[in-house]
Write a protein of this length. Structure first.
Length: 311
């Protein structure tokens, strides 16, 4: 129980701090936007760069690890889309958003801090190996599904926008620079190391407070049955599938398998809402799914930590 409190309380306590700071108007929406920008553009890239540039080499083949995670994504995304079309009577564009919300994990704001808290340095390499391909794959599939369902815009223009978004994303750039620095043997020292270390140290607390401020915006307005369905697929079915694949089907080392399960157990990520807003479909459902899944994940993540033997 003490281990569970040590891992879960700092993570969700800081989310709660951000939420109530927003509710009490101690910090406004502009502060939340600024903090979120800082996390995405500076703090988390610094953390990723430091981890990859100075960390130990990976001692396992990542293919089974990736297949275990994205196998779970494929199932919950497909089921989420099918339910949206057949049961909730949504069009294919909005169904793609439902599926995206079922499979898209909140990696930066919740996943990175919690997984590093649970596994420490041992979990850093598998975490960032998954993070390296998570965003490009998820965003690409979401955009292609929506565009192929009749979204506005010519295919070449869509492909160009998507490619530009991915290759200029600060997380992707930090991953690339970190790997390049590791391979070249270039490690920050002296003042440069101190700056990177201080920035990296702010990533987790700032990300969690930022998530709490963002949740204050995303109330449960309507669409409760679809939202609860997405939440169940995200918090229970997705990590369950990854757990089975990683520990009983594919040869994945225990720590790597645990990281994949916790990554899958994270609540729906904010990118689901950003894509919904971009295409003007499913905004209410996706934003509510973010709020509900984040609130309930304090319970479900605690359960997965117990299943994995961390607590």
């Amino acid at each position: 129980m003490s281990n569970l409190i040590a891992i879960v309380l700092p993570t969700f306590g800081l989310i709660g701090l951000g939420f109530f700071a927003g509710k009490l108007k101690l910090l406004g929406d502009r502060a939340g936007d600024g903090l979120s920008d800082y996390v995405f553009l500076i703090a988390v890239p610094a953390l990723i760069f430091r981890t990859l540039a100075t960390g130990a080499d990976a001692d396992a083949n990542p293919w089974g690890y990736w297949v275990a995670y994205f196998g779970g994504v494929a199932v919950v995304w497909t089921v989420g889309m099918w339910l949206a079309i057949r049961v909730f009577k949504r069009d294919r564009r909005e169904a793609a958003i439902h599926g995206f919300a079922c499979g898209q994990s909140n990696t930066v704001l919740v996943g990175v801090p919690l997984i590093l808290q649970a596994y420490g340095d041992a979990g850093a390499v598998p975490l960032f190996l998954l993070l390296a391909i998570h965003l490009p794959i998820m965003m690409s599939v979401a955009a292609l599904l929506i565009e192929s369902s009749g979204a506005a815009g010519r295919p070449l223009e869509v492909a160009w926008r998507l490619a530009k978004t991915i290759v200029t994303h600060p997380i992707i750039l930090a991953l690339a620079v970190g790997v390049a620095a590791k391979n070249a043997g270039v490690v920050p020292t002296g003042a440069a190391q101190s700056i990177v270390d201080q920035l990296a140290a702010t990533a987790s607390p700032c990300a969690l407070v930022s998530m709490g401020l963002a949740l204050k915006r995303y109330g449960i307005l309507s669409d409760r049955v679809p939202v609860l369905t997405i939440t169940a697929l995200k918090l229970i079915v997705h990590p369950l599938l990854v757990w089975v694949l990683a520990f009983y089907v594919l040869p994945v080392p225990p720590v790597w398998g645990g990281v994949a399960v916790l990554f899958a157990a994270m609540p729906s990520g904010i990118n689901a809402y950003l894509v919904a807003a971009r295409y003007k479909t499913g905004e209410t459902t996706s934003s509510a799914a973010i709020a509900v899944s984040t609130a309930l994940s304090v319970v479900t993540v605690s359960g997965w930590l117990w299943v994995l033997g961390i607590v």
